[in-house]
Design a protein around this ligand. Structure first.
Ligand code: FES
Length: 118
């Protein structure tokens, strides 16, 4: 690993899950290492929108274009992006959004009293 390829911790606010992700890989690739059901394997090129997330804290770098059909310019200004098309530039906190919410939370066992937030 060189100074341009660093690992950062990413937290999913709704579940409290954490995963590490390199500054050279997509958030979706890092998320997939959680190794659980509900993490979509879509087009992986910003076109299908199944990996929509909202960044709550931290900074990302775009790895390529994203479809405006799935993330509008206004949404992007409020933190929405596609996990397959961005890489972390620091420690991040995000929430799962859009089409990914239903499969992501299906079967996930929350701690007593914990409820997923939108
Ligand atoms: S996997 Fe299709 S937009 Fe991310």
């Amino acid at each position: 690993m060189n100074c341009m390829d660093r690992e950062f911790q990413v937290t999913i606010r709704q579940t409290g899950e954490r995963f590490s992700c390199s500054s050279k890989e997509s958030l979706l690739a890092g998320m997939a290492r959680l190794g659980r059901r509900g993490i979509p394997v879509g087009c992986l090129n910003g076109g299908c929108g199944v990996c929509k997330v909202r960044l709550l804290r931290g900074k990302v770098q775009k790895l390529g274009p994203i479809s405006r059909a799935h993330v509008t310019a206004d949404e992007e200004l409020t933190g929405y992006s596609l996990a397959c098309r961005v890489a972390p530039q620091c420690e991040l906190e995000l929430e799962v959004a859009g089409k990914m919410q239903k499969p992501f939370f299906k079967g996930f066992v929350f701690q007593t009293g914990q409820v997923p937030t939108k």
